[in-house]
Design a protein around this ligand. Structure first.
Ligand SMILES: [Zn+2]
Length: 271
């Protein structure tokens, strides 16, 4: 069951009344310890931005969104009974996994594609994107985590992403990757279990590593609260259709349950 929390848009919102809100929440009161967040769930561009000057072909590519990530995350949310919060607009408008003060928060170039609609933005344009899309999404995550803290519900954050199989002409051999920075115990166990479950190459902190410059969601929502987390990247060619999405959701459900159990036993302070 999906619930969309429409909130009044800020006065200077980028979004028209008939457009979807900045984010969607599924299974808000789910009982699972996992809270799933999908920063790059959508390729949608607010209408007033005229597709940022890009063709439909460019907007369908990985530069605009994490292909397959929301589909897998939605299956996880249903099977695990986990809350899911997903951004409804493209990372090309504003990247919800970057600090808005970082230059690449609103990219002028992604892989080899220039983004004309992001050229020469004023401070007011940037602020409008932040308050219209970035802020409501993170406020929604914050409010769900606050609520769980009050109710003393143990919480693990799962940041679901997907990665292109070929970046700047270089093929990626790993099927999946687990990224972490501070407090890596849960993510490292998860990577080992996912490797054992699938028999496939599961990288750690490759092809990206997690840092405060390249990541916002985990530092903001997990680290500041001392919550365990994992950021998962799945290769997009493996989850581009329902068969692949279902297979990977099945792998992840098994591995997340097993890892959570092991984690609870090894971490008496788990909260
Ligand atoms: Zn991503």
């Amino acid at each position: 069951m999906s619930e969309v929390h429409a909130q009044p848009a800020p006065a200077n919102s980028l979004l028209l009344a008939q457009e979807p809100p900045a984010f969607q929440v599924v299974n808000r009161h789910g009982r699972s310890p996992f809270v799933i967040v999908v920063d790059h769930a959508s390729a949608r561009i607010p209408r007033v931005l005229h597709n940022l000057g890009l063709t439909a072909t460019e907007l369908a590519r990985h530069i605009a969104w994490d292909i397959g990530a929301l589909a897998v995350a939605t299956q996880l949310s249903h099977v695990l009974d986990a809350p899911l919060i997903a951004q409804n607009y493209s990372r090309l408008v504003i990247d919800c996994n970057r600090d808005p003060r970082v230059g690449t928060s609103i990219p002028v170039m992604s892989e080899w594609t220039a983004i004309p609609g992001n050229d020469n933005l004023s401070a007011a344009d940037r602020e409008q994107r932040r308050v219209s899309l970035f802020e409501p999404y993170h406020a929604a995550i914050r409010s769900i985590l606050d609520e769980r803290e009050v109710q003393k519900q143990p919480t693990l954050i799962l940041a679901q992403h997907s990665m292109t199989p070929i970046f700047k002409g270089v093929a990626r051999t790993m099927s999946a990757a687990v990224l972490y920075n501070r407090n890596p115990a849960f993510a490292q166990k998860l990577a080992a279990n996912l490797r054992a479950q699938t028999g496939l190459e599961v990288a750690e902190n490759q092809p990206y590593f997690m840092s405060d410059e390249t990541d916002f969601t985990v530092p903001e929502h997990a680290d500041r609260r001392g919550l365990a987390y994992a950021e998962i990247e799945l290769r997009q060619d493996l989850i581009s259709d329902l068969t692949g999405q279902t297979l990977w959701a099945h792998h992840l459900v098994a591995v997340l349950r097993k890892t959570a159990l092991e984690f609870v036993q090894s971490e008496p302070d788990f909260k």
